[in-house]
Design a binder for this molecule. Sequence first.
Ligand SMILES: Nc1ncnc2c1ncn2[C@@H]1O[C@H](COP(=O)(O)OP(=O)(O)O)[C@@H](O)[C@H]1O
Ligand SMILES: [Mg+2]
Length: 228
Amino acid sequence: MAAIITAKNISKLYGEEPNLVKAVDDISLEIKKGEFVAIIGSSGSGKSTLMHILGCLDKPTRGQYKLEGRPVSQLSDNELADIRNKKIGFVFQFFNLLPRTSALKNVELPLLYAGVNKKERDSRSMKVLKELGLEKRLNSTSSQLSGGEQQRVAIARALINNPSVIFADEPTGNIDSKSSLEIMKIFQRLNKKGNTIILITHDKEVADFAKRIITIKDGKILADKIKK
Ligand SMILES: Nc1ncnc2c1ncn2[C@@H]1O[C@H](COP(=O)(O)OP(=O)(O)O)[C@@H](O)[C@H]1O
Ligand SMILES: [Mg+2]
């Protein structure tokens, strides 16, 4: 399978000596299409910083990063924003949905930015929300939904542009354990359908849903294991 993520010797440094923080410290990594990878590590180990670089939300201080073979480390902020909209779906711990806005409108937003017309926006968004069991919640606003439901809306939004890769940063960090299990099963199902998923977590049980587990500590890869 083709590589989606190719990172070579990437580092992200904050501050200056003697207070220099190497949030990501010389990481090289390849992730192929169709993989389901968990990046696990304790708080402060560099997981979010690494995800921000791999997700084109931030640029490395050093090193080369390619998304689907295209070097992205040197692109402008506008070009990165365009790549994110077209190629990447994000799911965050605190959902990052628009408040006082319906589930349907939240999911349609990336399509609006991509210039898709209203009729197609509606039909595609309804289809994805239905697949996630939210057909009765289309018009509910974020505050009317449970945490688990809000996260399902966020997953629908992440899926709507058929992204090459989905990043989820602590997606179960803010929901109850029953809903967490549901969310992880959704990621597993999406991966079986062919979606490439990169999951960031500090929780071993959550990481166990993935097929490959990368452990990071102090900004470095400590272990990289594919499950049998
Ligand atoms: N914008 C920033 N400025 C300075 N230090 C930062 C910044 N972002 C993260 N760090 C530091 O980098 C390290 C890794 O942080 P982070 O990637 O958020 O870890 P994790 O997501 O694993 O908890 C931590 O020591 C953190 O304090
Ligand atoms: Mg984090």
